[in-house]
Design a protein around this ligand. Structure first.
Ligand SMILES: [Zn+2]
Length: 375
């Protein structure tokens, strides 16, 4: 069992339910030493004598998050208000890179929020899964984006627990959204969050699927919900008795589903259904005889309409064509999440049992074994 630091335990306690831990160790990839060398030569290292305000903010974050070592911090000349923590292994001294655009936009407290957010990605071990090295499909690329969006919710929670002020968090979000320093901004949180209400006539938010971050109004809404949780109350002694964190995570997951992520779930369900119907049709066709009882079982499994189409195809094209359809749909289904692929495997096995077939002796069983990845 790996031993977790106090920092990691805090991060894991604050993890959003859909932000599933990978359990992978972070491996320092080959480009990192070069990246670090470039930052060191191009930027300004933050020390109490070079950039005192930033040094103080980072020190306060390191204490608040119980980091074993103070991070090494650099500021680089880049007007984009952004920060980055390269994915070094958790045992190494963390490196924080702050763009000058972020430092000049945010006050010291606000900068603490941003730095804590970036360090949280390290403590939550998010870095090991991004960027995805070998994306097999557009669908899988979108899924990776979705995983990144869930990760942002967790990282914001760590930042809030460290800075303990929803007003600081709100100011950060407003400033990141507008690019304006706070002297221009009134803190109207409600109207900011209403910006993501649906427009009349708006059908889907599919465009959100391509974003690596949830919108800032959404992040702030999710963070305010979290600030009413029992976890936040216990950790910070703030707020009332607090609602169970599980309930709050459900509300946030539901709102994710109503937005672009709902479409992603639909796409996954679609991959599942199309593989299931071809596996079912292949089993029905296994002895080249289509019996009424088998058709009824397939209808029960995937619905009359889908079953009807597959059976019509099977009657006119034969068993081999059905097996080809199955292998094609399984190749696509491999882009779905592991949970969905396992559910698919179980459903196919259960269907074989209901037809009294030994799956491994059928063409469908062979194709399934060859084409469906269960890892
Ligand atoms: Zn982030």
């Amino acid at each position: 069992m790996p031993e977790y630091s106090e920092f990691e335990r805090l991060c894991h306690r604050l993890r959003f339910a859909l932000d599933v831990p990978t359990g992978h160790e972070v491996e320092d990839s080959h480009y990192l030493p070069e990246f670090v060398a470039r930052v060191r030569s191009a930027g300004l290292q933050v020390t109490p004598t070079t950039v005192p305000g930033v040094a103080q903010a980072v020190s306060a974050v390191a204490n608040g998050l119980h980091l074993a070592r103070e991070p090494e911090v650099y500021i680089v000349a880049d007007s984009e208000p952004n920060a980055f923590v390269p994915p070094l292994s958790i045992d190494r001294r963390p490196i924080v890179v702050l763009n000058s655009g972020l430092v000049s936009l945010l006050s010291q407290n606000e900068l603490m929020f941003a730095v804590a957010h970036e360090l949280a990605h390290l403590g939550l071990r998010h870095t090991s899964r991004t960027p995805a090295p070998r994306q097999t499909s557009e669908f899988q690329a979108l899924q990776n984006r979705s995983i990144q969006r869930y990760a942002e919710i967790s990282a914001d929670r760590v930042a809030l627990t460290c800075t303990r002020s929803v007003f600081v968090a709100a100011r950060v979000m407003l400033q990141l959204a507008s690019g304006l320093p706070s002297e221009h901004l009134g803190l109207d949180i409600e109207s900011f969050i209403r910006q993501i209400d649906r427009e009349p006539g708006e059908i889907s938010r599919e465009w959100e699927l391509a974003l690596s971050h949830p919108s800032t109004p959404f992040r702030l809404w999710a963070l305010l919900r979290f600030s009413h949780s029992d976890t936040y109350t216990t950790l910070t002694n703030q707020g009332g008795c607090g609602a169970p964190i599980g309930e709050i995570d459900q509300q946030i997951a539901l709102r994710f589903a109503e937005m672009g992520d709902g479409r992603l779930t639909e796409m996954e369900a679609c991959l599942y259904r199309s593989s299931l119907v071809w596996a079912g049709a292949a089993m029905v066709m296994d002895d080249d005889i289509i019996e009424d009882g088998e058709v009824a079982a397939l209808e029960h499994l995937v619905g009359e309409e889908l079953a009807g189409k597959a059976i019509t195809f099977a009657r006119s094209n034969g068993r081999d064509a059905v097996l080809t359809k199955l292998s094609e749909s399984l190749a696509r289904a491999n882009a779905a999440s592991l949970a969905t692929r396992r559910r698919l495997d179980q459903a196919v096995q259960a269907f074989a049992m209901s037809l009294d077939l030994d799956l491994s002796g059928t063409g469908a069983g062979r194709v399934l074994q060859q084409c469906l990845s269960l890892r």
